[in-house]
Write a protein that binds this ligand. Structure first.
Ligand code: C2G
Length: 129
């Protein structure tokens, strides 16, 4: 079984996120998503609209997602990959090159980001309503 992992906040889930999750799952048989906790989002200077618990519940309802784990730190990726027996690490290419050191433990794949949608765009557009 080929296991894939990806990381993110996945707030205000949208079709760009779904595109990423769908393509990540297509690279293997089992997709683990490490979702940023509210505390880690503080470190990322990101304020999610939905709580960690609710973002986790939403992701667990997606057909492409097999398991959701918490992302608490920048440094946990290597341990996650080893513990979960991950074969492929996937991120959108806005992270291109940032996680290349993980190639020591698994394949590292950056997928083209979906143009035309983002959580910040949604938030900005909704302030105009
Ligand atoms: N994404 C995408 N297309 C978009 C928006 C997002 O492909 N239009 C991808 C991002 O590239 C990322 C994933 O969806 O791979 C989740 O995006 P975010 O929730 O914004 O995650 P981010 O804040 O980038 O967190 O340790 C890594 C971080 O936790 C990544």
């Amino acid at each position: 079984m080929k296991k894939v992992i990806t990381y993110g906040t996945f707030d205000l889930l949208h079709w760009g996120h779904i595109n990423l999750l769908k393509r990540a799952k297509a690279l293997g048989d089992y997709l683990v998503v490490a979702i940023s906790t509210d505390e880690f989002n503080d470190l990322k200077n990101k304020k999610a609209y939905h709580s960690f618990e609710n973002r986790k519940m939403i992701l667990e309802a997606i057909r492409y997602v097999d398991e959701v784990i918490p992302e608490d730190t920048w440094e946990q990726k290597k341990d996650d990959i080893i513990r979960e027996g991950i074969d492929i690490f996937v991120m959108g290419d806005d992270w291109e090159g940032k996680f290349d050191e993980l190639a020591e433990y698994c394949d590292v794949v950056y997928l083209p980001r979906t143009i035309g949608i983002s959580t910040s765009m949604i938030k900005k557009d909704l302030t105009k309503v």
